[in-house]
Design a binder for this molecule. Structure first.
Ligand SMILES: Cc1cc2nc3c(=O)[nH]c(=O)nc-3n(C[C@H](O)[C@H](O)[C@H](O)COP(=O)(O)O)c2cc1C
Length: 258
């Protein structure tokens, strides 16, 4: 059976993010997927990479996280919590991330999951990344909520363009070779609405939960984010002048806004 991994980064399973992840799970099960879950907060996943995770790390004066991860992969001494996540990521045919935007980025626990569970030596190395990434042909979807309104999260919005705020996360996934779907973002999610606004939010969130079945049903045809291919860059790792720029993060002119 195909397998979906759902990763939830929210401290409360009863939150909207929790309910949204449950809607994803129900939709995936309706497609007869095996569903794996990483509810990071509920698991107490430790997002901080450090020497204490590696009993075999030989040097008490220096900790090199990339080498520690690679050495653990080579010697089958990967920390148990990371090994469990690596197994889920490897088994998954697709991954769906559910998280709120916290300080213009995903919550730290999700970043820490990338830091630790995207284990160097196991899931990527210098020869297996970007176009040669291990997860080529597999898809990831980010489902995110913001407290800010859609207008404030637009390209000219005061809270910053949410598509840009999510780019570093998308590029992390692209680094491993994944195809990254256009994120699904629900705006204006917070508990301070009153009266009509609260009624409107409640209805909008209920509609989002109901619509998740269609999002998951359309997963394989959902539009993808576009990234540069490896050969768009020269030997110095710079974008060739004749190749397109798909994001202000990788652009031709060193001028803000170009
Ligand atoms: C620590 C923290 C930081 C936040 N930072 C942002 C932010 O940068 N941008 C934003 O739009 N909302 C921000 N919010 C609001 C959350 O995105 C919002 O509460 C969440 O999306 C609601 O989803 P939930 O009901 O599932 O918790 C922040 C909330 C917290 C707790």
């Amino acid at each position: 059976m195909p397998t979906t991994l759902i990763v939830l980064a929210h401290p409360d399973r009863r939150s909207f993010n929790g309910a949204w992840s449950d809607a994803t799970e129900a939709a995936a099960r309706a497609q007869e997927h095996t569903v794996l879950r990483s509810d990071l907060c509920q698991m107490g996943f430790d997002p901080v990479e450090r020497a204490a995770h590696y009993a075999d790390w030989p040097d008490a004066t220096h900790f090199d996280p990339l080498k520690a991860q690679e050495g653990a992969a080579d010697t089958a001494t990967t920390p148990a919590d990371v090994a469990a996540e690596v197994a889920k990521i490897s088994q998954a045919d697709r991954i769906i991330l559910h998280f709120p935007l916290w300080w213009f980025a995903p919550p730290a626990i999700l970043k820490g999951w990338f830091d630790r569970a995207f284990q160097h030596g196991a899931l990527h190395d210098v020869d297996r990344r970007f176009d040669t990434g291990l997860f080529r042909g597999k898809r990831v979807l980010m489902c995110a909520t913001t407290g800010s309104r859609a207008e404030e999260s637009a390209h000219n919005g005061k809270e910053g363009d949410v598509r840009l705020l999510l780019w570093p996360t998308a590029y992390t996934l692209r680094y491993l070779g994944f195809d990254v779907l256009e994120p699904v973002v629900v705006h204006g999610v917070h508990g301070y609405h009153r009266g009509d606004r609260k009624t409107e939010l409640t209805a909008r969130l209920a509609a989002t939960l109901a619509a998740q079945h269609n999002v998951i049903a359309g997963f394989d045809t959902h539009p993808l984010l576009t990234f540069n291919r490896d050969d768009d860059f020269d030997d110095q790792g710079q974008l060739r002048p004749d190749r397109p720029s798909y994001s202000p993060f990788i652009r031709h002119a060193d001028t803000p806004g170009d």
